[in-house]
Design a protein around this ligand. Structure first.
Ligand SMILES: [Fe+2]
Ligand SMILES: [Fe+2]
Length: 304
């Protein structure tokens, strides 16, 4: 058993407490995907940019089998974390199902087929981040990724609210749960940081250096990313804010009693945060945008 895996196992009790707290919150309103759509009035002509952004978020949700397998592979013997993996999987599965149901109702069959081709391509390529077998890196990544997913769902909801209330409500519900997931992983990481600050800083630095949302393997990923960034849904600006908020919440800049590797990682993280903030100021490439599942290229309307 690696040192990090031993560390996770030793945190079993803490993990159980965090997960119990999470379940109490989410069980209060444990929605099911069909409830969010069935019998409700759905606008079948939402703007193309909303459809396209929704498709990217669906693909991100579809990455779940890879996350589940990575988690079980990385988290080894810890029974509380394995239990959490099952709860998390069950919750996440509803997100992709809800978005899929919505797209099935709002798109033409040939468009749905084009989306299904992308799903196939995405799942076939898999998700292979360069984390070795380091559970600390995995948890650090998911802290950032869940936050990014929440921001993305909520900002699409904001754009969708004037076109389809059902869609906006659905994305608010999903985003709220992503927020809860972020809180769970943040709580895990906080406890790990208390036990092994140096190893956690090294892991966080490594994830920050190469952070990418799942999905970069698909052929239209660059176009999806350009669209979400230009629309202010998720891009370098939102990422910079997320990174800075997570570093502040974890107090990474002010950690003391570190060894040489911890101090070095801490300094590099702080420098990298500045680089990410500067990169976020670069101008974004505007449209038009073009996707295989939409008949025509489109430009963004003014709403941000
Ligand atoms: Fe999700
Ligand atoms: Fe999530």
């Amino acid at each position: 058993m690696s040192l990090q895996t031993e560390l996770l196992v030793s945190l079993d009790k803490k993990v159980s407490e965090i997960v119990d707290r999470h379940e109490k919150i989410t069980n209060k309103r444990l929605w099911m995907p069909t409830e969010l759509i069935f019998g409700r009035e759905i606008n079948t002509s939402i703007p193309p940019e909303i459809t396209a952004m929704l498709v990217l978020n669906l693909l991100t949700e579809d990455g779940l089998p890879y996350f589940t397998s990575l988690l079980t592979e990385h988290l080894g013997e810890s029974s509380a974390l394995r239990d959490w993996t099952r709860r998390w999987t069950a919750e996440e599965d509803r997100h992709g199902t809800a978005i899929k149901r919505y797209l099935h109702v709002s798109l033409q069959p040939e468009q749905v087929i084009a989306v299904e081709r992308l799903q196939f391509q995405y799942l076939r390529a898999g998700f292979n981040p360069d984390w070795g077998r380091d559970p600390l890196k995995l948890i650090a990544y998911v802290v950032l990724q869940e936050y990014a997913t929440q921001v993305s769902h909520h900002r699409i909801a904001e754009r969708a609210k004037n076109h389809c209330k059902v869609l906006a409500q659905m994305l608010w519900q999903i985003g709220a749960e992503e927020r809860q997931h972020h809180q769970v992983y943040l709580a895990f990481f906080k406890h790990l940081l208390q036990c092994e600050p140096d190893a956690c800083l090294v892991a966080f630095l490594s994830v920050l250096k190469s952070f990418a949302m799942p999905g970069e393997e698909i052929s239209e990923f660059a176009e999806f990313s350009r669209l979400q960034a230009t629309a202010g849904v998720f891009g370098p600006r939102q990422f910079a804010r997320i990174v800075s908020a997570v570093c502040d919440t974890l107090g990474l800049a002010t950690l003391t009693d570190l060894n040489a590797s911890g101090r070095e990682a801490q300094e590099k993280i702080m420098k990298l945060v500045k680089v990410i903030e500067r990169a976020a100021q670069r101008p974004l490439h505007q449209g038009p945008f073009s996707f295989s599942f939409l008949q025509e290229p489109f430009s963004l309307n003014e709403q941000k």
